[in-house]
Design a protein around this ligand. Structure first.
Ligand code: MOS
Length: 742
């Protein structure tokens, strides 16, 4: 088949390979943003609002300014004039909070930055920040919990987003006439991004050029945004993010701490490093917004779906709109007789802007839909897996386009058999083991397969090594590793000889590390750049006086670091030496093509969960998780499975533990890792992940659809469905904290 590069080549990469950067990370050799120390560096520490809504009337700074080591304090009255970023995803300059730091004296949320103290050491900066006194005009009109607005029936609260509404067929009539109906509400509490590596910026100006070291999932986006905000050409801004200690979406788009750090560095003429505290992270760098959802399903007596309605509502912020579109994927999940209608609404709350969080929107929406499907199965006295199979969507119901590749049925069967679903007793509480009541639950998993444009550089060096460079990043998922594997596979040169450069906005423009699209986006660009470099090598070899003088370049192949033509061959290192070259490299781009109009690209999977409920001690635990996922080809099954496992951990967090909580003053009281409950090792059951291997060459020549997010979807629903099977209690509000079972 013809690929986007016009070649008829298909790649057969698939190898278990530990991360090539693992040693650097484990030995402290990886230069995370906060590890960066520059000569003459200073330290920034933000001062944050302690009210939830109102106005900042004045700051009393004298005491803070007199503290040891303090260099300056930046705030509304002395801050630089900047431009707001145009803030466009399409133009790749989106920021998370469009408001500039200290833009005005309005306070929209607790944790909003009101000043930045800069001192000679971190301790000095922090100590002085504690001495800044803020006088506020406090407003008592604020909202931190959208559930407070919900009447529990009818329309969800908030403002409808017309762009989110979509429908096929006539869902209203189909629902009205259905013999079996279900209409329930669901909610998921706010989940915080609990990244291992805190957000950090280290900014330095050299003349009018800005370099900023940042923990960023998008160096190109941040470079473009800083260029607009500071009014300097993009070439004069460099954003570097060599390693990232996870991000999950909170580091996709720049936050205000980076801007204020850059301003402080310019004003002081010295590098400034700002590292957020965990509490500042929790208050000012986004979160998965609380969502309210209503799902209505109509079916006939045999379990055939006739209609799906899915209405969603998520929190947004006065400091920046965020639409999670929780119901967006629902019409693609099942054949619902051609009748589906979805909407989404936003409610403004006094918190910092929400942002994407692993499987944004879909993980939340999937919880509601997959729980509703379980409830429908109970109503029909039907096996929940059989109900799903009956409603398998053979083509994308929203477009009637064929799936590029869809092996959901095999995922269902494979996971069910490995799990032992056939041993399930559907009667709640019927399965027991000693003091524990056992529950089985399942859900379908899904995530869209996206791809973007990308450029890359590929070089052959005189010492026999390869240089592969792309302005994307590795958030820890293994991007360095799969790029190295690809380069090795293309050239026959061992992976140890591949030098992969990522995380630098000076490199050829690469995609965000998000949306599960880095693999499908970057590898085709790497291969296009390889083609470019190879054709230059062939030109050298076929030139006058060259080893294959006058040979047809198409007859030359690359094998194990050699160019081969017929029975002749030459080491590439020899070719470079003969031509007195240190490096031959090529740069090229790749982008999705016409296939986007011919197929619907989406990954599916199935997850089965066993929970155990011990009523004597009120303990709920997940005892077993089995998941089978179809992501096309896994370039590296080891790191790919690891993504699914990580997603499952987060799914257990969503289902059982995670919720940011606010008191009546809007104070977020579990704003630290001790009080914000996350799944830890002791909570983790046996997790068995299986990846099918059906390369999706319609998506790209590597057959890979990406894997970062799908593992999280379905998990909360499967837990909730298993809890019903164990206890007979239907918990529609996540997380299932113990009190909900008492
Ligand atoms: Mo993600 S929400 O793809 O960083």
């Amino acid at each position: 088949m013809t690929t986007d590069t016009g070649k008829t080549r298909e790649y057969n990469l698939s190898a278990e390979k530990p991360r090539i950067d693992g040693t650097l990370k484990l030995t402290g050799g990886a230069d995370y943003a906060a590890d960066r120390n520059l000569p003459n560096q200073t330290y920034g520490y933000p001062v944050t609002s302690t009210i939830t809504s109102g106005k900042l009337v004045s700051l009393e700074l004298d005491e803070a300014l007199a503290m040891p080591g303090v260099l300056d304090i930046f705030h509304h009255d002395n801050f630089d004039q900047l431009s707001r970023s145009p803030n466009s995803f399409a133009d790749e300059n989106l920021t998370s909070e469009p408001r500039l730091p200290f833009e005005d004296n309005e306070i929209h949320y607790q944790g909003q930055y009101i000043a930045l103290v800069v001192a000679d050491t971190l301790n000095h900066a922090r100590a002085a920040a504690m001495k800044v006194k803020a006088n506020y005009e406090r407003s008592d009109e604020f909202l931190t919990d959208i559930k407070a607005l919900d009447r529990g029936e009818g329309e969800l609260p908030g403002e409808e987003q017309p762009g989110d509404a979509s429908s096929i067929g006539d869902a209203d009539s189909a629902f009205e006439s259905a013999s079996v109906k279900l209409d329930h509400r669901y909610s998921i509490a706010q989940e915080n991004h609990s990244v291992m590596e805190m957000h950090a910026s280290v900014a330095q100006w050299e003349n009018d050029m800005l370099t900023i070291y940042e923990s960023s999932q998008g160096v190109v986006f941040q470079r473009n945004a800083l260029s607009k905000i500071f009014g300097i050409p993009p070439e004069k801004v460099t954003v570097i993010s060599h390693f990232i200690g996870s991000g999950f979406g909170s580091k996709l788009f720049m936050w205000p701490h980076a801007i204020m750090t850059a301003v402080a560095a310019r004003r002081l003429g010295r590098p400034v490093k700002t590292v957020l505290s965990r509490t500042q992270e929790y208050l000012a760098t986004g979160y998965r917004p609380t969502s309210l959802q209503r799902v209505r399903l109509g079916a006939d007596d045999s379990g055939k779906l006739l209609s799906i309605h899915h209405d969603g509502c998520n929190e947004s912020s006065p400091a920046g709109k965020h639409d999670d579109t929780v119901s967006g994927a629902t019409p693609k999940m099942y054949d619902c007789g051609g009748n589906a209608a979805v909407t989404n609404r936003l409610v403004t709350v006094n918190k910092c802007p929400p942002c994407p969080m692993r499987a944004p929107g879909e993980a939340s929406g999937n919880f509601a839909l997959e729980t509703a499907m379980d409830e429908l199965a109970v109503k029909l006295e039907m096996d929940p897996l059989a109900l799903r199979k009956k409603n398998f969507a053979a083509a994308d119901p929203t477009s009637d386009l064929p799936w590029s590749s869809n092996h959901l049925k095999e995922c269902w069967d494979d996971a069910a058999s490995r799990f032992g679903w056939d041993k399930r007793n559907p009667t709640p509480g019927a399965m027991q083991d000693g003091d524990e009541i056992i529950g089985y639950g399942m859900a379908t998993q899904s995530w869209e397969a996206m791809r973007q444009h990308c450029s890359a550089r590929f070089g052959f060096r005189a010492d026999g090594s390869l240089l592969v460079a792309c302005g994307t990043q590795d958030i820890g998922t293994g991007t360095y590793t799969i790029v190295a594997q690809t380069a090795s596979e293309l050239t026959g040169i061992p992976i140890e000889m591949v030098d992969v450069r990522l995380g630098d906005s000076q490199l050829p423009s690469g995609p965000l590390s998000g949306g599960s699209m880095a693999t499908s986006t970057v590898l085709p660009a790497v291969s296009a750049a390889f083609d470019e470099a190879l054709s230059q090598l062939k030109s050298l070899a076929t030139a006058e006086g060259g080893v294959f003088e006058n040979a047809d370049p198409d007859t030359i192949e690359i094998q194990s670091g050699k160019l081969v033509q017929g029975d002749r061959s030459v080491e590439i290192t020899q070719l470079l030496a003969d031509n007195q070259l240190g490096l031959i490299d090529g740069e090229a781009s790749a982008q999705p093509g016409d296939e986007q109009n011919q197929y619907s690209f989406r990954s599916f999977g199935a997850v089965f969960v066993e929970v155990r409920w011990d009523p004597g001690i009120s303990r709920l635990r997940v005892a077993r998780v089995v998941s089978t996922i179809d992501i096309g080809r896994a370039i590296n099954p080891m790191t790919a499975r690891n993504q699914v496992e990580g997603g499952i951990v987060m799914g257990i967090g969503m289902g059982m533990f995670e919720q940011a909580e606010f008191d009546q003053n809007g104070y977020p009281y579990n704003n630290n890792l001790a009080d914000y409950i996350l799944p830890v090792n002791a909570d983790m059951p046996k997790v068995e992940v299986d990846l099918l291997d059906y390369p999706d060459y319609r998506h790209n020549a590597f057959g890979a659809r990406g894997v970062g997010e799908i593992g999280l979807t379905g998990v909360a629903a499967a837990i909730s469905n298993a809890v019903y099977n164990a206890t007979g209690k239907r918990i529609r509000d996540m997380p299932i904290s113990i009190e909900k079972l008492l």
